[in-house]
Ligand binder design. Structure first.
Ligand code: NDP
Length: 399
């Protein structure tokens, strides 16, 4: 299988490289070759991966690092390119599958370019589905290519999805993150390192903070609604601290199908890369239910984690609102990681950005194109930056 990885230096990207190494070392026919690898700024890892795995092309999104990448790949026949457009061009090169593993809306352009060029996409980059779900689905339909859900919960639902017409409800499971039981009055003072200390999953810093605020589950709710064409009222969120059941699909005959496994992204990545087959061996820990003994479940505490209600509210409003939610969250999470805003200000910033209603006429104009999405994203970022600079105003509830 010939593959490109957008965001190969990140947490998902590195797990994918590990899946490929394991598969290529296994004695069967599941060998991978690599067309393109991309990163934002991590030149050293990108260059090492490109050499080790014989990539044809290495692209660094930050154009100021072009010379360093070129220097590190001197003497090889690996092509080198730089800049956001070069990342999108890399995604459009013909391959069997593109793994979309860039973090944030920065991944949208390449996901869109890959589908538009007729490449099937294994989609980990949930923000591109949140901001452009209907557009990406339409392009995939027109080009007759697949979007294979790779986010673990959506991959789980995809694995147990039979005829979607027979589905009654989707159930997204949530580990609860590091602050599931932290007293509410202590959340104000938590640090970025505490927020990134996830009890079950090892992930990049942005998604780790999203897990701590529950915004990750909010984004996943929107992602599931778009991916599987389900109204938000038919999608439940269930806290399941052990992260063994990765999600469930309930059918109208009363059956509930679930996918289980150890909490390790290598399993959904292996599934998404080999789908429609299930060929790839992985080295993930095998599940022993007897050792686990019991699995626990609980309702989401909406007061502790207001993000889920915000997500439902945006889905009722349309894609303009989901773009604003995503942009405000990306800005607030960056500010939190840089020490410019408090943990509890993250969902408050998202809520205030939505109240500003800059998306009011957006969804009414029909399905937006990629430029309209980028323009609203930029406007929402400017608004959010201003809101972060003046924290502490009271917010209305969207519940
Ligand atoms: P990381 O932050 O670990 O990695 C992000 C990758 O994207 C890196 O390769 C990074 O390059 C690259 N990147 C960052 N900014 C840009 C940019 N502006 N332009 C081009 N490339 C960029 O993120 P994760 O791997 O944790 O997450 C990736 C995506 O997968 C996210 O959408 C996340 O929600 C989703 N996901 C992640 C899971 C996980 O377990 N981590 C699980 C399920 C979904 P560089 O290294 O140079 O900064």
């Amino acid at each position: 299988m010939h593959l490109s990885i957008m965001g190969s230096t990140g947490s998902v990207g590195r797990s994918a490289i590990s899946v490929i190494e394991h598969a290529n070392a296994s004695p069967d026919d599941s060998t991978f070759t690599i067309e393109a690898l991309t990163a934002n700024r991590d030149v050293d890892t990108l260059a090492r991966q490109a050499v080790t795995h014989g990539a044809k092309l290495a692209v660094i999104a930050d154009a100021s690092l072009y010379a360093r990448l070129k220097e590190q790949l001197a003497g090889t026949d690996i092509e080198v390119a730089a800049g956001a457009d070069a990342v999108a061009e890399a995604a459009a090169r013909p391959v069997d599958r593109v793994l979309a593993a860039i973090v944030g809306i920065a991944g949208l352009q390449s996901t869109y370019a890959a589908l538009n060029a007729g490449n099937s996409v294994a989609l980990a980059n949930k923000e591109s589905m949140v901001c452009a779900g209907p557009l990406l689905k339409r392009v995939a339909r027109e080009k007759d290519v697949s979007i294979v859900p790779t986010d673990s919960e959506h991959n789980a639902m995809f694995q147990v999805m039979e005829r979607s017409q027979d589905v009654e409800r989707l159930v997204l499971t949530a580990s609860g993150g590091p602050f599931l039981n932290t007293p509410l009055n202590e959340l104000h003072g938590v640090t970025p390192d505490q927020a990134c200390e996830h009890p079950r999953w090892s992930m990049g810093r942005k998604i780790s903070v999203d897990s701590a605020t529950f915004m990750n589950k909010a984004l996943e709710l929107i992602e599931a609604a778009y991916l599987f064409d389900m109204p938000e009222a038919c999608i439940d969120v269930l806290v399941h601290p052990q992260s063994i059941i990765h999600s469930l699909v309930a059918y109208r005959d009363g059956s509930v199908l679930a996918q289980l496994g150890s909490p390790d992204m290598k399993t959904p990545i292996a599934h998404a890369l080999s789908w429609p087959h299930r060929r790839l061996p992985t080295d993930v820990d095998r599940l022993s239910l007897a050792d686990l003994g019991r699995l626990e479940f609980a309702e989401v505490d909406a007061q502790r984690f207001p993000s889920i209600d915000l997500a439902r509210h945006t889905l009722r409003q349309g894609t303009g609102a989901t773009i604003v939610l995503n942009a405000a969250n990306e800005m607030a999470v960056s500010a939190f990681l840089e020490g410019r805003c408090r943990f509890t200000e993250i969902s408050r910033t998202v809520s205030r950005a939505l109240e500003a209603d800059i998306h009011a006429s957006f969804s009414a104009r029909g399905e937006p194109d990629i430029d309209a999405i980028a323009a609203l994203d930029q406007e929402a970022r400017r608004l959010s930056e201003a809101l972060i600079a003046q924290p502490g105003e009271r917010t209305r509830s969207h519940a």
